[in-house]
Write a protein of this length. Structure first.
Length: 209
């Protein structure tokens, strides 16, 4: 994935921010606030090198989650001054997702700390609620991912192969995003304005292939 930017749009948005840990996310929000339209071109493709270890993936995702949260903290006043209902929905969706996922993670931790496997009522009530919630979440993800794969198959027919992974991929992906959002929140809250944001890139796989 890569980006093609208008020079005029960059000038109007005052270019990239030095103190945001994900400059591309910050720039895209600034472009929205300046009434620029961001379009997706599915035929524009390029090679990319991605993390090949779980540790590298977590480091990358924590930085992405932190960058998204930094933008929400920085721009929340500007969002509601902008008279754009779709943009309000985008902001609220991002905000509610962070609150929801944080609540779920701490709820799961609380349940794990209070498990009593010899208690009959645990199996009758608590465990059934957990299993029912998991079933609903996974089923909803399978439906949404199926629709997405069908739409994307117009551009990448190999995507249909991923139907085989729909039963477990959403849960694995969601758990990573949940964990990274929780770890990223304190980092985003401690962001120092006007100070260069720096980070160390995670592993990017083999660059010789």
């Amino acid at each position: 994935m890569f980006t093609l930017l208008s020079k005029k749009a960059l000038e109007d948005c005052q270019y990239w921010d030095i103190d945001m840990v994900t400059e591309d996310i910050a720039l895209s929000w600034k472009m929205h606030l300046h009434n620029y339209v961001i379009a997706y071109e599915p035929h524009a493709l390029c090679w990319m090198i991605v993390p090949e270890t779980l540790r590298g993936l977590l480091k990358q995702r924590i930085r992405w989650a932190q960058g998204n949260q930094e933008v929400l903290i920085r721009d929340f006043k500007k969002v509601f001054k902008k008279k754009s209902l779709p943009f309000w929905f985008l902001f609220l969706e991002q905000l509610v997702s962070i609150v929801w996922v944080t609540s779920i993670v701490f709820t799961l931790i609380y349940l794990l700390l209070n498990l009593n496997f010899i208690d009959y009522y645990f199996y009758e009530e608590t465990l059934n609620i957990i299993l029912a919630s998991s079933f609903v979440l996974i089923t909803a993800n399978i439906i949404l991912f199926s629709v997405q794969l069908c739409i994307d198959s117009r551009y990448e027919r190999k995507n249909m192969f991923y139907f085989l992974f729909l039963s477990w991929y959403p849960l694995f992906y969601w758990m990573i995003n949940a964990i990274t959002n929780v770890f990223a929140l304190p980092k985003a809250l401690r962001r120092k304005k006007g100070v260069y944001a720096t980070w160390k890139s995670p592993d990017r796989g083999s660059k010789t292939r």
